[in-house]
Design a protein around this ligand. Structure first.
Ligand code: SIN
Ligand code: FE2
Length: 201
């Protein structure tokens, strides 16, 4: 494994997963999406997000007109499926063997999808990092500091890259400006999947 590239406190591990591991993960995520179908949550501002998402674990991330939060159930009323073992392995390798995450948020970026700069701050304890894995098309990932409007830096994330947002970067702003649709052959039909693993409570 390549050593971490550290950009503004974000630790980036290039090709942390090889192609076979990426393919196995995609198969596991298809099962997650079969049990908990992807949806486009409404932002508090009243526009649907361009990213489609679902979750696995005790909690799923959710948003509607009343705000961002974690929910115990998918909008269809079922509990979220369990986090696949393959995904827990990534967490144990990059975050902690002492405690597993409560939520694996699965984001799918189709052509033209992006994600505005935001902080991940709906969790109870910021001493746990957020671990992110990219699969499929390349994405231009932007990283800032703990306040909105400061200087930012950007890197292209490729399939198999892991980003650990911990320490000073735990509450740093971040987002995805764009993806290069069709730049990877991992996902049939193109697009990008990003997983983020979180300890919620
Ligand atoms: C996120 O911040 O939830 C997603 C980041 C990414 O897609 O790389
Ligand atoms: Fe985030």
């Amino acid at each position: 494994m390549q050593p971490a590239e550290i950009v503004r406190g974000f630790r980036i591990f290039r090709e942390a997963l090889d192609r076979a591991a990426q393919r196995a993960l995609v198969a596991d995520l298809r099962e997650v999406a079969a049990a908990a179908p992807m949806f486009s949550p409404m932002t508090p501002y009243g526009r649907p997000m361009r990213v489609r998402m679902t979750s696995a674990g005790r909690y799923g991330w959710y948003s509607d007109r009343s705000g961002y939060r974690y929910e115990r159930h998918h909008p269809d009323g079922h509990p979220w499926p369990e986090i696949p073992r393959s995904v827990l392995g990534i967490w144990r390798r990059f975050a902690s063997a002492g405690r597993d995450p409560d939520c694996c948020l699965v984001n799918y970026y189709g052509e033209g999808a992006r994600m505005g700069l935001h902080q991940d701050r709906d969790e109870a304890d910021f001493s746990w990092p957020v671990v992110s894995l990219s699969l499929g098309d390349e994405a231009l990932f932007r990283m800032g500091g703990a306040t909105r409007g400061g200087k930012t830096a950007s890197v292209w994330l490729r399939s198999g890259d892991v980003v650990v947002m911990g320490g000073a970067a735990r509450l740093a702003y971040h987002g995805v400006d764009r993806i290069r649709f069709g730049s990877s052959t991992l996902l049939n039909g193109g697009g990008r999947i990003n997983l983020t693993l979180r300890v919620v409570d």
